[in-house]
Design a protein around this ligand. Structure first.
Ligand SMILES: C[S@@+](CC[C@H](N)C(=O)[O-])C[C@H]1O[C@@H](n2cnc3c(N)ncnc32)[C@H](O)[C@@H]1O
Length: 258
């Protein structure tokens, strides 16, 4: 499936990652449902969800300019935008059928508080879809490159934007505390040019840049692209979460109103 394009050109590995994320989230969105996208950014997921699932999407983010971009691109779609901090969502309990966030929780040191807020505003028996960076892949770096200068550089680079990582067990624990069931855990984005598999191989930035350029050129070949699309949709979700840089966790909120 392809989705309406954003105006910004993105690398093919990121584009595949975006399509795969949209597919994953849209499995849980029924036509006409009320959806909340937390940390919606420029609508990479919210726009396809509103367009293809014919659902009403509330886009929430702390950056008004990013939300403005959604309003500009999503004219005519059932979308509203709200500015604020995701640790304190301005919605009543039981407001949405589906609440999701993509590439948000890893920016938050208090990701558990943010996720608890998402559960609070979701209806009883509704779905909260969380997306987080895998702590397991950091452990892989620590275990296999213990004394490496490159490993230190990679971790430093990652931690510029990463304020937290998690494991599926972290989600299991939090879900139990919140009275939710974990209904799916799925890794995502094996072919995203991620730090553990690609950056550790290079000592210098320039070599890495050259590699990325070649890698992207390769991914743009139609046969390679269709293989990667197939692999990401059918095989990657069945891998161990520690093998990819990120993973999704889907929670079902308690049936009883809280
Ligand atoms: C990496 S972007 C992801 C955007 C979008 N979800 C996507 O998948 O393309 C992270 C977004 O989270 C937003 N964000 C970060 N911290 C936030 C907070 N405390 N409250 C609300 N939004 C936040 C940022 O403004 C940014 O738009």
């Amino acid at each position: 499936m392809t989705y309406p394009d954003q105006n910004a050109a993105i690398d093919p590995d990121n584009e595949i990652f975006r399509y795969q994320s949209c597919d994953f989230i849209m499995k849980y969105v029924e036509n006409g449902s009320k959806v909340l996208d937390v940390g919606a950014g420029d609508g990479a997921v919210a726009l396809p969800v509103a367009d293809l699932c014919k659902s009403h999407v509330t886009c929430f983010d702390q950056q008004p300019d990013r939300l403005q971009q959604i309003s500009n691109l999503g004219k005519g779609l059932p979308i509203q935008t709200i500015v604020g901090d995701c640790h304190d969502l301005p919605f009543k309990e039981d407001s949405f059928d589906v609440v999701y966030s993509r590439m948000l929780l890893s920016h938050l040191p208090r990701w558990r508080d943010a996720l608890s807020e998402q559960v609070r505003v979701c209806k009883p028996g509704g779905v909260v879809i969380a997306h987080h960076r895998s702590k397991g892949i950091v452990d892989v770096l620590n275990d296999y490159f213990p004394e490496s200068r490159v490993r230190d550089a990679v971790l430093k680079q990652r931690m510029k934007t990463t304020r937290s990582c998690a494991t599926p067990d972290d989600f299991n624990e939090l879900a139990e505390k919140l009275g939710c069931d974990v209904i799916e855990t799925a890794p995502i984005g094996l072919f995203l040019a991620n730090s553990a598999f690609f950056e550790t191989a290079f000592e210098r930035g320039s070599a890495h840049e050259a590699f990325r350029k070649d890698y992207h050129k390769h991914l743009l070949k139609p046969d390679v692209r269709s293989f990667v699309d197939w692999f990401e949709r059918t095989v990657t979700p069945k891998l161990a979460p520690a093998l990819t840089e990120m993973f999704f966790t889907v929670l079902r909120t308690p049936q009883e109103s809280r």
